[in-house]
Ligand binder design. Structure first.
Ligand code: SIN
Length: 344
């Protein structure tokens, strides 16, 4: 070919194909559709295929394959679906050709599902939960960018071995740390203790330090052969609290109780009497806090040693419930359960 001959650039061959990512869909506002043009909407109305079609740029990040595991608002998320989700995620990640799992989920209980998976999916590969605060039909819906960012985070080999992550509002959170803190704002997710996992801007990642507590591959919890999780109830403490709800939870068969205590996980005399009786009867009692932040330490205003209680350490009531359910699959000993709260 003479040097003067104009040449057409050859199509660029990628050295490696885009990563294959399994998308497990469960519904949520990210798949929500407004009803009748008003602010009311139905969560989980759109299929995962429809969500993907709305973001054609996803095709530049990964080869996506989808599975609709559920189609609900996450207020209806439950332990049976957690068991199914964990099994579907583990099955996908066991395929050597699958690089990661992304889970679309409502924001209301995302922190619980994410923490559950953080303790039960035994894989170093990324597992990323994503949701949205505005329904897909809303002005300036946040779902499409959140989904794009979540797939970018999952597609990055740098997010392996960081535990389960949550992506929303340009932030990457550790599922263990994140909590929904606002009813409606897109910046609802906050991490009150150990901070952010990173940031993600239009698919570009800025990762911070990896987690130091045990998760995923180092977790001792196994769901193999487990038909259901033990019942654990949360009771919310308040001024003038009575003992009735604690007694009712025990009568209903709770194997564990999490008290969303006032302040530093405190509870009044009536509630203390009832929880002490529950602990003597073999119910695991965890003191957490309704404050939304801070560590609940042992033996400050409550004599945990004498009463056989467990302090929730950094975990808010809803996350303490997840860990207690899993802990009770291994032991009912309060001291051993306390160790789990320091470990996970
Ligand atoms: C839900 O959790 O399913 C509803 C709220 C949301 O997704 O933001």
């Amino acid at each position: 070919m003479s040097p003067a001959t104009p040449t057409r650039p050859e199509p660029v061959e990628r050295a490696t194909p885009l990563p294959r990512i399994r998308l497990l869909a469960t519904g949520g506002t990210i798949a929500g559709a407004q009803t009748g043009g008003s602010r009311s909407y139905q969560a989980g109305a759109f299929s995962i295929d429809a969500l993907i079609q709305a973001v054609p740029q996803l095709a530049t990040l990964a080869r996506l394959e989808v599975e609709q595991v559920a189609a609900l608002g996450s207020q209806d998320m439950n332990e049976a679906i957690w068991l199914k989700l964990a099994a579907r995620a583990e099955a996908a990640l066991a395929d050597p050709d699958i690089a990661a799992v992304v889970i679309t989920h409502g924001t209301d209980t995302m922190e619980e599902t994410g923490y559950f998976l953080n303790l039960t999916v035994h894989s170093p590969k990324p597992v990323v939960l994503v949701g949205a605060m505005r329904p897909a039909t809303e002005i300036s819906a946040d779902g499409p960018m959140n989904l794009y960012n979540a797939v970018a985070v999952a597609a990055s080999p740098d997010t392996r071995n960081r535990g389960v992550l949550v992506v929303a509002n340009d932030e990457i959170h550790f599922a263990r740390e994140v909590s929904k803190t606002n009813t409606t704002q897109v910046g609802t997710f906050k991490a009150s203790h150990r901070g952010l996992a990173g940031l993600v801007h239009a698919g570009r990642l800025h990762l911070y330090a990896p987690p130091v507590l045990r998760h995923t591959t180092a977790s001792e919890f196994s769901l193999a052969g487990l038909p259901a999780l033990p019942r654990v109830d949360i009771v919310y403490a308040h001024a003038g609290m009575g003992r009735e709800l604690i007694d009712a939870a025990v009568r209903a068969g709770a194997k564990g109780l999490v008290i969303a205590g006032v302040g530093d996980g405190n509870l009044n005399e009536a509630a203390l009497t009832a929880t002490a009786a529950a602990a003597r009867a073999g119910v695991a009692v965890v003191r957490s806090s309704r404050t939304g932040g801070g560590v609940v330490e042992r033996n400050i205003e409550v004599d945990d040693d004498a009463l056989g209680f467990i302090a929730s350490d950094e975990l808010n009531p809803q996350k303490a419930r997840v860990l207690l359910m899993l802990g009770l699959t291994r032991t009912a000993d309060p001291r051993a359960l306390q160790e789990l709260f320091f470990t996970y």
